[in-house]
Design a protein around this ligand. Sequence first.
Ligand code: FAD
Ligand code: UDP
Length: 374
Amino acid sequence: MKYDYLIIGAGLFGATFAYRAHRKGKKCLVIDKRLHTGGNLYCSNVENINVHKYGAHIFHTSDKEVWDFVNSLVEFNRYTNSPVADFNGRLFNLPFNMNTFYQMWEAKTPAEAAARIESQRLEALQRMRDDNVQEPRNLEEQALVLVGKDIYETLIKEYTEKQWGRECKDLPAFIIKRLPIRLVFDNNYFNDTYQGIPIGGYNKLIDRLLEGAEVKTGTDYFENRELWDSVADKKVFTGKIDEYFNYRFGHLEYRTVYFEEELHQCSNFQGNAVVNYISRKVPYTRIIEHKHFEYFGDRVNDIPVTVISKEYSTEWKPGMEPYYPVNDRKNNTLYQQYKELADAQEDTIFGGRLAEYKYYDMHNIIGQVLKMDI
Ligand code: FAD
Ligand code: UDP
């Protein structure tokens, strides 16, 4: 065999695996069907602005080993994610914090805000007790017991249904647990200890990770499976697990997003990297203004133009990029059937968002690969 590992997918999982394997003296071939490496982290450069082509990516973690690892490869900036939500022209800070509660109810102290939330949470908990339910059964119940009716109806319901194309009652509770709630004036979206964006964009990180591996882009594993299966002792597969097994139990569902990119002849379009559009009347879910990931304060004026992306959410169909696994009961059960087949394949490692059908963030992927015995 020519290679120790054939790695299918040059996304974060494949690239991190290639890095570790190379350090262990292993020879790797990485193939990707896209024309570039990096998977969903890929950035294009427009007028010196790194444009996150597959959606805004902010690196955050509380795992020091993961943070030290990525910082050993590239330098990170101090970007702090603090999205703003637009609900029918009214602006609210995210995540849910004292600024949001002031904007919502004019609550000025933590005690006032807590009292508002608590009375609405108790109503939701009482309704669950009346129905003899111990744990929230879906996203709607979870949101109501976390933040109550006002926040749910203003800032969660329409955005979530637009993003997922399903009613909140039909979505798993865990999705909303990602959103922090705090009684301090702090718009930092993440609770993690470390946060930032690679200076110069994510391609730098991916290039470092892939140093030492042979890489072929524009190469789809499924177009010549027999050939690719014959080049290495072991495989690492990071594509869709249902596709790997020829959809024999049926198709897993995904949500996908697409972007309308616009170049504007002004230095500052919306004053923030991320503005979420909550109302279902607005067809897109958010507008990303990419320069704010790397040019802070007055530095936004260093470049006289700006690039924005309007993000639209839609159901995945063949030919589109699959972005989000839909981890509801039906799809998780189907995934378990595929996983049993995957577990029986001793020469193949299945890893990443698509092969494990999990809503992984970047730090989860790196943490996982750092622990693998390669
Ligand atoms: P991918 O990036 O999907 O890589 C898989 C690769 O495999 C792709 O390049 C694909 O082309 C290739 N491939 C698939 N099939 C084949 C085949 N048959 N042959 C050859 N190649 C194939 N995480 C964060 O930590 N912070 C964020 O702010 C954040 N924002 C996000 C926003 C969006 C819109 C999305 C969708 C995700 C976000 N994430 C974020 C998650 C992050 O993108 C993932 O954790 C990470 O990209 C997963 O890496 P991966 O290698 O598993 O998957
Ligand atoms: N969410 C919401 N309102 C918002 C932002 C997020 O209700 O303004 C919910 C929504 O259900 C979404 C979840 O929080 O699916 C996680 O959102 P986040 O933006 O963190 O996830 P991403 O889409 O970036 O993966």
